[in-house]
Each structure stands twice: as C-alpha cells, then as structure tokens.
Design a protein around this ligand. Sequence first.
Ligand code: ZN
Ligand code: ZN
Ligand code: ZN
Length: 397
Amino acid sequence: MSELASTVPGAAPADTPAEPLVAPTVSRAYQCQCGRPVFLRNSRCLACATPLGFVTEQFGVLPLAPVEGSERFTVFGDPQGPQYLRCANFLSASGCNWMVPAEAVEGEAPDPAAHGLLPGMCLACSTTRTIPDLSVPENPQRWNLLEQAKRRLISQLLALGLPVTTRVSDPVHGLAFDFLSEMPGLPVLTGHAGGTITLNVAEADDAVREQVRAQMGEPYRTLLGHFRHEIGHYYWDLLVAPREDWLTAFRELFGDEREDYAQALQQHYQEGPKPDWASSYISSYAAAHPWEDWAETWAHYLHMADTADTALSFGVNALKVEIADDDLFHSADLWQPDDPDAGHFLDFLNGWVRLTHVLNEFARSMGQHDTYPFALPHAVVRKLQFVHQLVTQRREP
Ligand SMILES: [Zn+2]
Ligand SMILES: [Zn+2]
Ligand SMILES: [Zn+2]
C-alpha cells in the first residue's frame, strides 16, 4: 500500500462488513483557514474572503496570505514558505485558480521554461496549446468548462504521481491540448496522437454533447470522461509500450494492439459493437480495439479513484449498504490475487460497488441518469487491477 493511501477514519460498527472504502490517493476535501469547506474551483472563501488557490506541490486548494506590496501570496500560516502568483488565466474566461511559483514569473531572471511552464501560466494552463476563438460568443463559456474539466483531470494525475509533462519541457512528446472548432468541410475528431489531445469545442455544449450521446447510445458522455479516456492513450505510450513485461501482460489481458486499428474502428462504426461485449468490456466502444479497451478501462479507473477519494474525504463510506455477496468481488476474480497489494485493491473495488449503489439511487431520487451507469464484469476487474498496479507502482519511491 502506498503511503499516500487513505482509509476510513474511525472504526466501523461491529455489524458492518469488514472492508472499508479504500481510496488510493489524496483528500478531495479542502478547508479554508476559517474551517469552512472549500472546493476545487474556489478562488476565495465565501465566508471569510480569504484568497484561495490550487498549489500543485500540495495537491490541493489552500488558503493564501497576500505578501504586502506585491502581487504575491504565501500559503496561509507559512509566511516564510514559497511564494506564488496567480496564473495569468485567473482573470480570463478560463477562470483559472491555480498558482504559479513566483520565481517562474518575477525576479532577476524569471525562467518559466525551467519549470516547464509558459510565461505567467500554471501547469494546467501550460498544457493548453490551442484555445477556442473567443470572438465567437459561445466560446468563452465553452473554454471555461473545458479548462475546468482539464484542471480536475490534471489535479488527479498529480495526486496519483503520474508524470505531467508540458510541451515546454518536452517539445516533441509533452502534453498539448488543442481545443478546436469545426469549419465547413473540416470535422474535428476527438483523439490522441503523440501527446497531443484534440477535443471538439462543441463537446462543451450540453445540447450538442447530449445529442451525440443519445445518437451513439452511450450511457454517459462528459468532458471529464473524454479527457480521462484520451490521457489513457498518452500513458499507454509512456508507461506500457516501452516496457516488455507490462506489454506482455497487457496483451494477455486486453489483446494484441498490433491488430489493424483503422480497420477495427471502421468495423465498430459500420457493424456496431460485438454482440457479447458486456461480458468482457466496460463499454461497447472498448470492444472495438485493445487500445480503446485500454483507454476506456483507464478512464474508469480514474473515475473510480477520484469519486472514491471524494466520498472518503467527506466521510461517505457506504459501509452500511446491504449488498448480496454475489455482487461483491473476491480474490479469485483478480488478475494477480497473490500480489501484496491485492487485498487493498479488492477493498477499493468492493467499497466502490457499495458506493455506486448509493450514488445511483441518489441520482434516481432526483430523476437524473445513474451516476455510474456501468457494471463491472470479471474480465474488467482483472484489467482494472492491471491499471491499478501500473499506477501505484509508479507512485512508489
Ligand atoms: Zn474562510
Ligand atoms: Zn492556469
Ligand atoms: Zn480512444
């Protein structure tokens, strides 16, 4: 178990099941210096007006103290600590609340590139290469939604200890997000290639996205889901492809990615999903090709980890949810039941099953779609353990 791992605080009553909800990363519950809870997108406490900002090294939104006579801030209660400036996009439509190390922007020889940053920009904003045309009336709001979802994605990647490399640090393979609009005769395809993630700006439009979701028969379609899927392709290139042992295990679980990709996708769109996909894949699209199976499974791992972190951070553990033993997973369902971390992963998984029972019923109470409209077949559980091991092994020192 990683030292970042958290478990439910306090003992469970004796009549509740043994396994707690175990979340793999860090707290998602942030607090102002006044004690009030604050959230990922906040830049000022609504109760006491203390400025707030996301500090990447500390993986969270922190209360800040202005440094007199400057635009700088320190973390509240640490006046001798590092100084920060607000991201240049704080006042733009992006509304970024992330902080930039002051020495990357000001001083004798500011060198943002040494920090992997664009001038004045935070880490999250430094991964954006193309923003929407802001002279189009709808685009400022769309850009805001895109960046908000991307900041949530990147904050989680950092918490998981995954490398977030910008194009400033690595001009060839660093991350570059292009938010593009369709032009007559020029469709924009959402996708990933060599660190570049392209997203159609129209996906930020609820009406457009919902129409596509319904047309494609998808149970779920969000900006965050797109980002988590596409970044999966990026990490496959980075973490799986170059390592023989992981690549061999990948092929055993997901299939051989050398099968013709273009042809596989064409077949998926022309003939529809494989009829028995639900027994081995998390979604019908995952059945199209091993790479898509990987990206879908990876995205689900990030969904599960972030939602479990959030639930746990706010004291929600769903331990009392009654559930049939058949609906829970056991070590025989795992890919590597003897791995030292297998028990931890199993607890995380079963905690997740309990939690989604509650979340889905909550959503139905409000007449909304299920929060997590998916079932996890045993084959997917094995693939999820592969993702879990890849991510947690990266996190260990
Ligand atoms: Zn406050
Ligand atoms: Zn920013
Ligand atoms: Zn994909």
